[in-house]
Design a protein around this ligand. Structure first.
Ligand SMILES: NC(=O)c1ccc[n+]([C@@H]2O[C@H](COP(=O)([O-])OP(=O)(O)OC[C@H]3O[C@@H](n4cnc5c(N)ncnc54)[C@H](OP(=O)(O)O)[C@@H]3O)[C@@H](O)[C@H]2O)c1
Length: 585
């Protein structure tokens, strides 16, 4: 017998409705929701009206309970669901008595802005037994956060994993298992989509909610919970950034004279009021492109101490941390930005190249952790890479070392509460990637190049949030995923697959202006590449004019560029170019 017949015999809701409406547990928690709504209404300033959104409002059980409490305190109550039939039924029930209710389709798993919902427009979001049923919890909470105005409240009434009844009953439905089929990273290995309060709280905090509380009854009532979380307002995040300045500890940087190190130092001084910076690198030289940030810092009034120190040498890191006490400085934060590359195709990789990259990143990370073990630092930020998230051809040591850093940040957070990682895309304007044209290549591949302004914003957010790990990659989905939507074949990109398909439709109509065939659109199969076409591909790869008689490496084609050129030739179904220069026979 199909489960629909069991739960909804003859298409009727009569068997299921009492579970929601009349059960002791359902009534208890419905009353909790109403009590919370009344408390919110009571706290409203004179004349202030609430804008309320209900997600997954279904048969209207929650709306029927809370609408009386909102009658004189609500300018609009948006009743939403993914099914239009619920909206039609609800409008018949509520329209006459509650004219401020509006009825809209909303899938909270997808970006609300693409469904006609403006950001920051609600003061209160209510959801009963719905949010767990979405495939990716982080998407869901991010979308809720986006819909709330600063200071707005999210009120979640949801079953707990202790509820065997709910599991057995609704485990019959297909929707129950979406989290498993699509592989929600938050619920890997779970036998149900339901989450304990502790996990809700962690996710809410990582989704930039604060002041999270949980209401739960005793004994058999523990199968459900009503949870409330508040969206931090602008003042709150600024408050937590300025914490760094108030604590007045010294901020220690490895790789601090590079593009991202100096930008971070600037953010710390400007946004967080940091006054003491210990900046280390091997050469003591400001990296090209960051002179303006250095000059700004030098005149900012903050005390800067620059030290030559090799992060891959544990004894130098120990000395660096100990040197703080000589100035009567206390270690307040660690920013681990030291890094070098040793790129080569896999066949050209060697243990030596891995050591070169692992030295500053991995051994440096361990040494910093050990040296800082006695200091209660408020920040320990590691500079990882999108190469860890998405992979990167020719950068095996870099991908591996940054994956290690990601895991290290997680681990450090779990053992002492402080540890964060930022996976950088190829940043434009400043830093290593910009100096070597990797930002241009990232733009072309679709993984995107964050601008300096984006990097500044990301650093400000990281300092004011509790994220463990965040990626700074302004992805161009159509480009990255390609026409088939299959993209780089990673399951965590599944929710975005449709974005690639949309692009595929556009890519099938190439413009005449496109002289170089778009990827995958060449008409020739296995033909030898013409000189003109090859020259254009090489110029596109290195991002400028190329001397056709010069060796490719001299023309600026580094190992990553070579991989990209080869990929372009293969995708255009042309034979890889075997020659040292574009013109060579
Ligand atoms: N920029 C990006 O787009 C991007 C993308 C992904 C990841 N990242 C990561 O972010 C971090 C910073 O990148 P960035 O763009 O700011 O690079 P950058 O401009 O090249 O700066 C790197 C800094 O690290 C220092 N350094 C290198 N090896 C060191 C060592 N063994 N000990 C101490 N200092 C060392 C360099 O100075 P010396 O040579 O004088 O020592 C330099 O000051 C790196 O870990 C990088 O892997 C950056």
């Amino acid at each position: 017998m199909p489960y629909q017949e069991l739960l909804f015999p003859g298409g009727s809701m009569d068997t299921v409705l009492p579970v929601y409406k009349d059960g002791v547990v359902a009534s208890f928690y419905n009353d909790c929701v109403v009590a919370a709504v009344r408390a919110i209404v009571d706290a409203l300033p004179e004349g202030r009206l609430l804008r309320v959104l209900e997600i997954g409002a279904g048969t209207g059980g929650t709306a029927a309970s809370v609408l009386p409490a909102l009658r004189h305190a609500c300018s609009c109550y948006t009743f939403t669901d993914v099914s239009e039939s619920f909206l039609r039924a609800a409008s018949k029930i509520f329209a006459a008595e509650y004219p401020f209710v509006e009825y809209e389709l909303l899938n909270i798993d997808a970006d609300p802005r693409l469904q006609g919902f403006a950001s920051a427009q609600y003061d209160l979001i209510i959801s009963t037994n719905c949010l767990h049923a979405t495939p990716f919890m982080r998407n869901t909470l991010r979308n809720c956060h986006q819909l709330l105005a600063p200071g707005g409240l999210l009120l979640i009434n949801d079953a707990q994993p202790t509820s065997a009844f709910v599991q057995i009953t609704f485990g019959l439905t297909d929707g129950w298992w979406l989290f498993h089929e699509l592989g929600d990273p938050e619920r890997v290995g779970y036998h149900s989509p339901l989450m304990e309060w502790e996990q809700w709280r962690g996710l809410l905090e990582e989704s930039r909610f604060r002041q999270t509380v949980c209401m739960r009854g005793a004994g058999f009532l523990q199968v459900q919970a009503v949870m409330v979380a508040q969206k931090g307002g602008a003042a709150t995040s600024a408050e937590s950034v300025t914490r760094i300045g108030r604590e007045n500890g010294a901020q220690l940087f490895t790789g601090g004279l590079g593009g991202l190190g100096l930008l971070t130092a600037r953010v710390l001084v400007k946004e967080a009021g940091a006054t003491r910076l210990l900046i280390s690198s091997r050469s003591g030289q400001v990296q090209r492109g960051s002179e303006a940030d250095w000059e700004w810092l030098a005149t900012s009034g903050a005390t800067l101490r620059c030290v030559r120190s090799d992060a891959s040498d544990p004894s130098e890191i120990r000395w660096l941390v100990q040197s703080l006490s000589g100035d009567n400085w206390r270690l307040g934060g660690v920013f681990h930005a030291a890094g070098v590359l040793a790129d080569a195709l896999l066949a050209g990789q060697s243990a030596q190249r891995f050591c070169t990259v692992y030295g500053p990143k991995v051994h440096g990370g361990v040494a910093l952790h050990r040296a800082a073990a006695q200091s209660p630092v408020s920040t320990f930020l590691v500079y990882s890479s999108a190469a860890s998230l998405l992979g990167s051809a020719g950068q095996a040591p870099h991908s591996a070392a940054n994956s290690w850093l990601d895991a290290f940040a997680y681990w450090r957070r779990s053992i002492c509460g402080v540890g964060q990682g930022l996976q950088w895309g190829a940043v434009a304007e400043i830093g290593y990637a910009a100096r070597h044209g990797a930002d241009t290549r990232a733009e072309r591949s679709g993984s995107g190049a964050p601008t300096r302004a984006m990097a500044y914003e990301a650093l400000s957010c990281a300092l004011s949030s509790h994220w463990r790990l965040a990626a700074v990659v302004p992805i161009d989905w159509p480009k990255l995923l390609g026409p088939s939507g299959a993209g780089v074949g990673m399951t965590f990109l599944t929710p975005h697959r449709h974005k690639g398909r949309a692009a595929g439709r556009e890519e099938r109509a190439p413009t005449k202006a496109a002289q170089v065939p778009a990827r995958g659109t060449a008409s020739t199969s296995e033909s030898l590449v013409s000189f003109e076409l090859l020259l254009q591909l090489v110029e596109r790869t290195v991002g400028g004019a190329v001397d056709a008689d010069a060796p490719l490496m001299e023309a600026g084609l580094d190992s990553l560029g070579a991989v990209e050129l080869r990929n372009q030739l293969q995708q255009a179904r042309l034979r890889p170019h075997p020659h040292p220069s574009p013109r060579a026979p």
